[in-house]
Design a protein around this ligand. Structure first.
Ligand code: PLP
Length: 372
């Protein structure tokens, strides 16, 4: 009897994505064991942040690394770092930005729910461009002596209409304005852990609770040493803006273990496994009126495949019916839906053990009208 059962909470099969609302990801044993061990001893938290950060920086080929309670916290603390530098008086003043740099430049086409994490620092977002196109002169024109940083969201959905990251970095360097990249879900490929910083981005934020499979409440900021130092004074355990985004010793050690594990995985083998799973869905869901095609890339541009299941006009069920039936059944299976709602999307990334077979059996029963 575990607490989910005791509380009457349904366990879900995650065939959709590393969504926070359904638990992000699951932790491998290496991560769990590292956290359990970390939980049994007292340590100095500043020292742990320092040493774990150095270790993560070297694993990810970066100058510095700062562990946060998530990618969203990373955005807030990175923004604060660009405003205050290592000046504790400025850090104490936040989120009041009067007489401090108080503007953050963002592409209009990249506005999204996570920009609240930036706004909570007390800054004004200055939008550039429109949904279709952004010009370099618009970015240059937005820069002034109140500009704290430029924030850039990496994801396939945010690239249409935006300047390329390389161009944003070039302009940032010309004007001495740091560039923060939100790459929260940009894994795989593993190289992304250093790609954007090596391109010249100043700070890059990743979620620890998605594909890295660290603690759900963890994240990391990678990048320039001096800005990582500035993150520290704006973060826990200092009384600061980031104090309310506390990272415990267990999360710090758990994230370090997760990154160490992730870096050392056989990524080609995992890609092959995910491709194999998509092929299996194609082979096993071979019914009249049902077609399964390989979708690539992942939901926000990651380098792994998914299975897109379409139901023809003649089939008894629409994609929405199938999605609802999978969710209402036991166990509850969460799948995605195409934007036009014409197909169900199965993401193999988070499937464990026999979950692929469970999904295949359930869809088979639904399609053969044998599920009541
Ligand atoms: C998931 C996500 C975040 C938030 O990550 P957390 O680790 O849950 O805080 C921020 N930005 C983007 C683009 C994301 O996909």
């Amino acid at each position: 009897m575990n607490y989910y059962d005791k509380l009457g909470i349904k366990k879900l099969i995650n065939a959709v994505d590393t969504y926070t609302i359904i638990g992000g990801s699951t932790m491998p044993d290496e991560v769990i064991n590292a956290m359990v061990d970390a939980s049994k001893h007292f340590v100095n938290l500043d020292q742990l942040q320092e040493k774990a950060g150095e270790h993560i920086a070297s694993l990810t080929k970066n100058e510095g690394a700062y562990i946060t309670s998530g990618a969203a916290a990373g955005l807030a603390i990175s923004t604060a770092a660009c405003i205050t530098g290592t000046n504790p008086a400025k850090a104490e003043q936040l989120p009041n930005t009067s007489n401090l740099k108080s503007e953050v430049i963002i592409h209009r086409c990249q506005r999204n729910g996570y920009d609240h994490a930036i706004r909570q620092v007390g800054v004004k977002l200055v939008e550039i461009g429109n949904v279709d196109i952004t010009y370099t002169w618009q970015l240059e024109n937005a820069i002034n002596d109140r500009t704290a940083c430029i924030v850039y969201f990496m994801a396939s959905v945010f690239s249409k209409g935006a300047l390329p990251l390389s161009e944003v970095i070039r302009i940032g360097k010309n004007y001495g304005i740091p560039v923060i990249v939100d790459a929260a879900a940009q894994l795989p490929p593993v190289e992304n852990l250093w790609k954007y910083t090596h391109m010249g981005a100043d700070l890059v934020v990743f979620s620890g609770g998605k594909t890295l499979r660290g603690p759900q409440s963890s994240g990391v900021v990678l990048g320039k040493k001096e800005l990582v130092e500035a993150c520290k004074i704006n973060g826990n355990p200092n009384h600061s803006l980031g104090r309310s985004m506390k990272v415990g010793k267990e999360e710090m050690v758990g994230l370090l273990a997760a990154i160490e594990r992730y870096i050392n995985l056989d990524h080609q083998k995992i890609t092959n496994q995910l491709e194999g799973m998509v092929s299996t869905f194609q082979k096993k869901l071979n019914f009249p009126g049902v077609t399964v095609v390989r979708l690539f890339p992942g939901p926000v541009g990651q380098t792994y495949p998914r299975a897109l299941v379409r139901f023809s006009q003649e089939s008894k069920y629409s994609a929405i019916d199938v999605k609802v039936k999978l969710e209402n059944g036991d166990p509850c299976i969460i799948v995605g839906l195409t934007e036009d709602k014409s197909g169900v999307i199965i993401n193999p990334l988070n499937l464990q053990n026999n979950e692929m077979d469970i999904i295949i059996n359930r869809i088979t029963k639904i399609v053969l009208n044998d599920d009541e």
